[in-house]
Every structure is written in C-alpha cells, then in structure tokens.
Design a binder for this molecule. Structure first.
Ligand SMILES: [Zn+2]
Length: 289
C-alpha cells in the first residue's frame, strides 16, 4: 500500500511540476479520510462511524477519548517525497529554484480537524517538524469554520498555538458556509494567508473585501471543485482580473476553491491546467513575474 501511495504522490507532484504550479502539494493520496488522518496517528483518539458532511459525502469523525499524545512525526515523510530528475522517486532537498524568476517549489501540508488547544499543541509540534524538514508553507484546514460561531474565539487561540513561532508561511483554509457571519474574524486569525472558496459562491465576498480590506494575503479559489464542468481559461482569467480589482498582485495567490478529491482525474487535471494557463496569461499581460 505504501508503495502505491508513494507512486501516486510522485505522479501528482510530477503533474504539478509539468503544468507549472508554483506551490506544490503532495495530493494527500495517503489519507483515506479528510478528518481522521491526524487522529489515526495520535494516541488518545477513536474513530466514529460515518457522518454526513456534504451532499452524499460522508466522513468518519475522530473522537478524543483520552489524553492526546503524538507518537512521532505524522506527515513529515511526505515533505521529502518528490520525483528525482530521472523520473524515479527520490528523497532530498525539498525546495529548489524551478523558474528563471527564482520561484521556489514549496510544499503545502494540510492539517485536518478541529483545533482544540490540546490538539493544537500537537499540531504545532508537527508544524515545527515539517518546517525543520523543509516545508516553506504550512496550511491548517478548518473547513467548517462558519458552523460553530460560538467557538470562533477559541479557534483563533488554537490557530495561534499551531502557528506560534513558525517561520514558514502559515495559511488557514476554510470553505463553504456563511462567510459573512465569520468575516470579522478573518483579520484576527493568526496566519499569514487565508485560503478561501470564492468561485462556488460567485465571488460574492469581493464587495465586502472592498469595504473591509483583508490585512493578510489571500489564496483565492478560481475553480469550483463541486462542479464537473472544467472552467475555460477565459472564465478563470476573468475571475483573477476581478480579484485584482481588490487585492494587490503581491498578496494574491490563485488556487482551486478546495481539494479536488471529489473530481475525476480528468476533471481535476483539466481544472488545474486551465487555472495555471489563466494565471500565466494574467501575469504576462500585466508584466508580473
Ligand atoms: Zn475546503
């Protein structure tokens, strides 16, 4: 199984390199479930039966039943995994210049799960280990941010525990739900960048960002991961141009709304190809590097 997971990871990293993505992800091919991966690798947890998350999608819920302990590094191995120049999988330097303009390949490692302080401390240990292993970007996923409004102050604290003292760029991803309800917390979250679903909701939030500026970077979702339709380059380019009416190029990162795991391989690759082509076209037209 591990061999197959490494092969799938390498193939997706190679694909991202081929189409010219600047910040690569490992694809999470080794994670059976979006929420349980970290819990399965910690002591003090049990995994529930199936819980409905979205439409006909289900996941298994981690339950804390005892004192939480980290057995050791959880996802650090995957930072090192990348294809070597001869096409075989190798381990080694994680970051290297890939373009003439000096862009550096970085890995985003995703954390899933709720951020209670005890859990957050363990995630912080993992984040420190990832940084030591060469990760230049560490992303925390908290998809259902807007479903527990009363917990938002606690979440701000917990995210602060995870990101404290990190030198890597820190990102918080959240998606779907009522962003307007949680908008006031966007600037309070102790991360360098917010990664938001924007296209599934028709870029609705742009007007609010115009009135109440975001004081951090934004990763702006330009393809809808819940749609089978592969958005044409022209449409994605329009979305990027709209984003640029609010955000400066230096603070704007382009990405899909969320993870692409519910899409077919063809759909995921098509969306990513068009996304990169659109981003490159906008850069060229505006003379950006
Ligand atoms: Zn998401």
């Amino acid at each position: 199984m591990r061999t197959l997971e490494e092969k799938a990871t390498s193939e997706w990293i190679r694909f991202q390199e081929e189409i010219g993505i600047d910040i690569l992800v490992d694809g999470e091919q080794y994670r059976g479930d979006m929420a349980t991966y970290f819990a399965e690798n910690l002591e003090g947890t049990e995994i529930s039966g199936l819980v409905r998350s979205y439409g006909n999608r289900y996941y298994k819920k981690p339950i804390i039943v005892d004192e939480l302990k980290r057995r050791g590094p959880i996802s650090v191995d995957w930072v090192h995994l990348r294809p070597s120049p001869d096409g075989t999988t190798g381990k080694g330097d994680d970051h290297r210049a890939v373009h003439d303009d000096g862009l550096v390949v970085r890995r985003i490692l995703r954390f899933a799960g709720g951020c209670l302080p005890a859990f957050a401390k363990l995630l912080h240990e993992e984040a420190v280990a990832l940084e030591a292993a060469g990760a230049k970007v560490v992303q925390v996923d908290e998809p259902a941010l807007s479903t527990r409004l009363d917990e938002l102050p606690l979440l701000v604290k917990a995210v602060g525990i995870v990101t404290k003292g990190l030198t890597a760029k820190t990102v918080l991803h959240t998606c779907y739900g009522n962003y307007n309800e949680i908008f006031d917390y966007f600037n309070q979250l102790p991360v360098d960048q917010l990664d938001l679903e924007m296209s599934n909701s028709g870029l609705d939030l742009l007007e609010r960002f115009k009135r109440e500026p975001l004081k951090k970077e934004i990763a702006f979702g330009v393809v809808d991961v819940h749609s089978h339709v592969i958005e044409p380059e022209s449409l994605i380019r329009e979305r990027i141009e709209k984003a640029l009416t609010i955000f400066s190029p230096a603070k704007l990162y382009i990405d899909p709304d969320c993870g692409l795991k519910t899409r077919s391989v063809e759909e995921a690759q098509g969306k990513l190809r068009n996304m990169v082509a659109a981003a490159h076209a906008v850069r060229k037209a505006r003379g950006l590097t």
